[in-house]
Design a protein around this ligand. Sequence first.
Ligand code: ZN
Length: 113
Amino acid sequence: MSIKIKKHRSSVEVCQYFIEYRWIGELAGYLFPCDERGAIRFEDLSAEALQNYEKCETDERLEYIGLVRVVQHVKTSAIGQCYCGKDVSLDGLESECIFCGRRYNAIGEEKKS
Ligand SMILES: [Zn+2]
């Protein structure tokens, strides 16, 4: 017998965009976060990242690769309704309700020990 599942586990697609520069002839380089049109979000860059960007713009050993799209599939946890009435996130092998301390497995069956 498992608790009521209010929201099933799912997977959401998260898209991130970067401007990439690489050392010529190598696979290594730099990625800078940007929007889907390739506009770098300079306000999000650390001082070090800004220095790296400046290096990419001026150092001839670095080449501009362009806009890179990275898609990640992020799993979201199922949400169950604990016997105490509060929501409990069901992730991993064991989840504990932070309100009453009951423990559940990934499909919402209470674990007794
Ligand atoms: Zn509870």
